[in-house]
Design a binder for this molecule. Structure first.
Ligand code: GLV
Ligand code: MN
Ligand code: MN
Length: 405
């Protein structure tokens, strides 16, 4: 087993469940994964620091130690997630930087690998949490006040036993990078279908996350006549179908209701309240806006027709992000040299690169996902493809560090 695989396998033991990996930000498993990364990086001779959002920075100090050439990804997972989403970019980044250090201990620019905190938004209601604070897109005081799905606030969790790492210096003046390159599994089927082993990411889809609360009237399931009910779940169901219809009709977009809470959630009670979240994405932002508009219009109609109250709140807006031309050209050159079948591919998934792209030239490298499967426990990428991705990343980081942009 190569060091890359051994490390991915070791990380996968932290937060392991019977169906995958559950590493919400500042949980025991996620903390253990972060601590392991900090230890590996420190053992490799990198300078390890963290900021108060929980991002961990590991730097190979170059001759010029200002804005680094940066790579990275995240160590948190979705519920019952896989071993590669995020972890691969962190461990692969560490492997690439270690390889560079072996041949060039003092590159022209510093090269840094970052484990961004809370990319998935699977515990606190904000995706790309750490990278968005670092990029100045969300103010720290907004993030501090977030309440996790388990009722604990970000601030309390950060200061608790699974928050910031002990013995790692905390700083808050990290400069924007000179360039950022994120290595990630594709999480979709396109590379596998075309036989490409490397993907040159063209753009990352824009996304919106919404929260919908439907307030009906709870009551006895056996006595309240069907006509005149204000059943919150039936109203919510109409909206779920309307969201699917809107995405299909508008086209080149996806929309998902992946989380729903029903209260009181009992067989013999007409549901009084339903809360659900909506995730809408497209590389064309206008389509995302159109689906949200359609949902809001339909919500108003359903509220009137069914005698319920419906509140729609936009939790998060991230516009589509094209990758930066020069950095993407470096990625293209490195990928084509290693795999003549490498292709351009858009990312339907969100990444920390979306946030870093707002402050620095940014590009991404993809490797194939077997069966296009991700956000599930059996997510897999062939070992040789994982290694090839690291080769590509190392080539891009070296080339970028040698440039002075
Ligand atoms: C994160 O992986 C996302 O795309 O939601
Ligand atoms: Mn990811
Ligand atoms: Mn993910």
């Amino acid at each position: 087993m190569t060091p890359l695989h051994a490390r991915l396998a070791e990380l996968a033991t932290h937060g392991a469940t019977s169906q995958g990996i559950d590493r919400g930000l500042f949980t025991a498993g996620e903390h253990a994964a972060r601590a392991l990364f900090a230890q590996w990086a420190s053992d490799a001779g990198l300078r390890v620091e963290q900021d108060r959002a929980g991002n961990v920075f590991a730097r190979l100090v170059g001759l010029r130690d200002d804005a680094p050439v940066q790579c990275g990804s995240h160590l948190d997972t979705v519920k019952n997630g896989g071993a590669y989403d995020g972890a691969y970019g962190v461990v692969g980044g560490l492997e690439a930087v270690t390889r560079i250090a072996a041949s060039e201990p003092h590159p022209r620019r510093s090269i840094e690998v970052v484990a961004w905190a809370g990319e998935e938004g699977s515990r606190f209601p904000l995706g790309c949490l750490g990278s968005s604070v670092y990029a100045g897109l969300n103010a720290y005081h907004e993030v501090e006040a977030l309440i996790g799905d388990d009722g604990e606030s970000f601030d309390t969790a950060l200061c608790g036993p699974h928050g910031l790492l002990a013995d790692v210096p905390v700083r808050d003046d990290f400069p924007p990078p000179a360039a950022y390159v994120e290595l990630h599994i594709e999480q979709g089927p396109i590379l596998e279908r075309t036989g490409a082993r490397l993907g040159i990411v063209s753009a990352i889809a824009g996304q919106r996350r919404l929260s919908v609360v439907v307030q009906g009237v709870a009551g006895h399931a056996g006595t309240i006549p069907m006509r005149g009910r204000a059943d919150a779940l039936v109203a919510a169901s109409e909206l779920v179908l309307a969201i699917e219809r809107a995405a299909l009709e508008i086209g080149d977009a996806v929309a998902t209701v992946g989380r729903m809470l029903v209260a009181p959630n009992q067989t013999n009670i007409v549901p009084g309240e339903v809360l659900f979240r909506v995730d809408i994405r497209s590389v064309d932002d206008a389509r995302v806006v159109a689906i949200e508009r359609s949902l809001r219009e339909r919500a108003a109609e359903v509220a009137t027709a069914r005698g319920v109250r419906i509140a729609v709140e936009t939790l998060e807006v991230r516009d589509a992000v094209p990758m930066e031309t020069r950095t993407r050209d470096l990625v293209r050159r490195a990928c084509l040299a290693l795999d003549p079948r490498a292709i351009d591919v858009a990312s339907g998934a969100g990444h920390d690169a979306m946030c870093i792209a707002q402050i620095a030239p940014t590009a991404m490298i993809f490797v194939p996902s077997v069966g296009g499967r991700s956000h599930v426990g059996d997510e897999h990428t062939a070992p040789d493809d994982l290694e090839l991705g690291v080769d590509a990343l190392a080539a891009v980081l070296s080339a970028a560090a040698a440039h002075v942009w």
